[in-house]
Write a protein of this length. Structure first.
Length: 157
């Protein structure tokens, strides 16, 4: 469990660096469109991919850091642990939601991945990554809720 927790924290930290190329791509669209008159649509497509991945990871990162609206309650001391009942309630709400969305989106994600779906307007490859980001978001939220419940149970005993 501790090894998994460390991996997730490292992944969240690494994903935070996506905001830098995302900002650059958003900035680059204007000069590409106005001066180069080429490449702005592809920069937009890549920016959408990075944004989807960033958001998929940022929601869990913000919830873990206590800087995001979360079911664990109002702002509190980040070092303090949530009561076990709150963690169980969070899992009871988030678990079925995440599992349901994973279930209903699995065929679409699998189809998109199998065909390496492209962006509709530019035919730039990579649209399938946006759909994979949905699965990543759901898995991270679910795993974080399970981990919070396990931590609360371990702290109680």
């Amino acid at each position: 469990m501790r090894r998994c927790h460390g991996f997730v924290n490292r992944m969240l930290r690494a994903a935070s660096t996506l905001v830098l190329p995302l900002a650059w791509l958003l900035f680059a669209q204007w000069p590409l469109r106005e001066w180069v008159q080429a490449g702005s649509a592809q920069a937009n497509d890549l920016g959408q991919i990075l944004f989807a991945l960033y958001v998929a990871v940022a929601i869990t990162a913000a919830s873990r850091a206590g800087t995001h609206l979360a079911a664990l309650g109002p702002a509190r001391n980040p070092a303090a642990r949530a009561p076990a009942w709150r963690s169980a309630l969070l899992l009871a709400c988030v678990g079925p939601w995440a599992l349901f969305l994973l279930w209903v989106s699995a065929p679409s994600i699998a189809s998109s991945l199998a065909g390496l779906e492209k962006f509709g307007e530019t035919l730039t490859p990579g649209y399938f990554v946006i759909k994979l980001a949905l699965a990543l978001l759901l898995l991270l939220v679910l795993l974080d809720a399970v981990a919070a419940c396990l931590r609360a149970g371990r702290d109680r005993s």
